[in-house]
Design a protein around this ligand. Structure first.
Ligand SMILES: [Fe+2]
Length: 188
């Protein structure tokens, strides 16, 4: 929190309620509720995404809905090995900022959510997979993940060597919103 306050200095409205990410041995497993492509995306691409840009409706159209200031993850359980750790594409935040600056800079921030960015988002992910290195980050209770809001990231499969306690691999993610949503594009 000191690094966030003194170095990043985002103007955010205090920590939000955490979102809990939990994985168990065997992740990912096929679900009847998802397509083959969606399962493969979890298996082979770590379900990589940028937070705040969810897919909506049967056509899975994408819009910027939540202007998160940063992502702060606190591990709640101890794990050993690759217990579905966080995957991050190194340097992706710079490509994402560049792409979204082209899309949004001619519009006031209040109108960004109106823009359907589905095709741009998909093309951007493909570019990142080609150009950025996938990095695995593991943390234990007492440590923290701090992720840039523009970084492409996801949850990697549970490794054959990995283990955890009965609660699995559990992380609490705080994703507070900017007070001024325009900061989503331009803040550090
Ligand atoms: Fe995420």
């Amino acid at each position: 929190m000191d690094f966030i306050r003194t170095t990043l200095r985002p103007e955010f409205s205090g920590l939000d309620r955490a979102q809990i990410s939990v994985c168990y041995p065997g992740y990912p497993q096929r679900s009847t509720a998802e397509s083959e492509a969606a399962f493969n995306y979890r298996l082979k691409r770590d379900a990589a995404h940028i937070d705040g840009i969810g897919a909506e409706g049967p056509q899975r159209r994408r819009h910027l809905r939540e202007p998160h200031a940063f992502l702060l993850g606190l591990p709640l359980t101890e794990t050993r090995g690759a217990a579905s750790p966080l995957a991050v594409w190194e340097g992706s935040h710079a490509l994402v900022r560049e792409a979204f600056t082209q899309i949004y800079s001619s519009l006031p921030a209040a109108r960004w959510a109106e823009v359907d960015i589905t095709e741009s988002y998909q093309a951007l992910r493909r570019t990142i997979f080609e150009r950025c290195r996938r990095v695995i980050v593991v943390a234990q209770p007492g440590e923290a993940y701090l992720l840039h809001r523009h970084a492409l990231h996801g949850v990697s499969p549970w490794g054959a060597d990995a283990s955890s306690g009965p609660d699995g691999r559990m992380i609490a993610y705080f994703r507070p919103a900017f007070i001024d949503p325009a900061d989503w594009l331009s803040a550090p």
